[in-house]
Design a protein around this ligand. Structure first.
Ligand code: SF4
Length: 201
């Protein structure tokens, strides 16, 4: 059960996190091709959300107009039907809050939505780049597609001063670290977004 106090702590943490992520995106800007109108990262995924992130997203829903709400509900129903028919191990879908290629709950979006786009370390310490590299987007200017790694040679030839660096911005780290512990912020269970809303509709 998420309390008002939990939401206050989460908001305070988001203030800290937005600043930190802003600095990382700025540092990695030669490799970032995110721009208005691109919603590639919201179009296909599992979107892992913790309990508190989903509760905050639902707070945002209260501020939406009827037309937007009805579109979201329609999107959720479709996802629910598709999930029943899915035989793959992982069920990937478009985020139901994505409307006309824009996030309808931008200020309330989750941590994965805020951190996605920069190179990161996985839970098992592998250096990964965002999937949109395959669409010629983030890190594609220094990526070796055959070996599936950032290429030192391409970096040298690019003439870019700033190195392409991975940061500790995996969702598991960002939801449990020294800062969350210092402010006593417990994110609760983490699961794919659709598992949260399928129980709600
Ligand atoms: S909540 Fe918004 S930013 Fe996050 S995946 Fe959905 S549409 Fe994209």
């Amino acid at each position: 059960m998420i309390t008002v106090e939990d939401i206050q702590k989460y908001r305070a943490y988001l203030g800290y996190l937005n600043k930190k992520l802003g600095e990382i995106f700025e540092e990695q800007s030669p490799y970032i091709f995110c721009k208005a109108g691109c919603s590639s990262c919201c179009e296909k995924g599992e979107f892992p959300f913790t309990e508190i992130e989903f509760a905050y997203l639902m707070l945002g829903v209260q501020s939406l107009d009827k037309k937007t709400l009805s579109k979201i509900e329609e999107n959720m129903q479709k996802i629910k039907t598709d999930k029943k028919q899915c035989t793959d191990k992982k069920f990937l879908h478009a985020c139901p809050f994505l409307i006309n290629k824009k996030c309808s709950l931008y200020d309330y979006r989750g941590i994965i939505c805020r951190s996605h786009g920069v190179a990161f370390f996985s839970k098992d310490k592998k250096l990964l780049v965002p999937a949109c590299v395959d669409e010629g987007l983030n890190y594609s200017n220094v990526y070796d597609f055959e070996k599936q790694i950032i290429s030192d040679e391409k970096y040298r030839l690019s003439g870019i001063k700033q190195e392409p660096l991975a940061h500790n911005v995996g969702v598991h780290y960002l939801t449990k670290n020294e800062m969350t512990e210092a402010i006593g912020l417990d994110f609760g269970e983490i699961k794919p977004m659709c598992e949260w809303f399928i129980t709600e509709i």
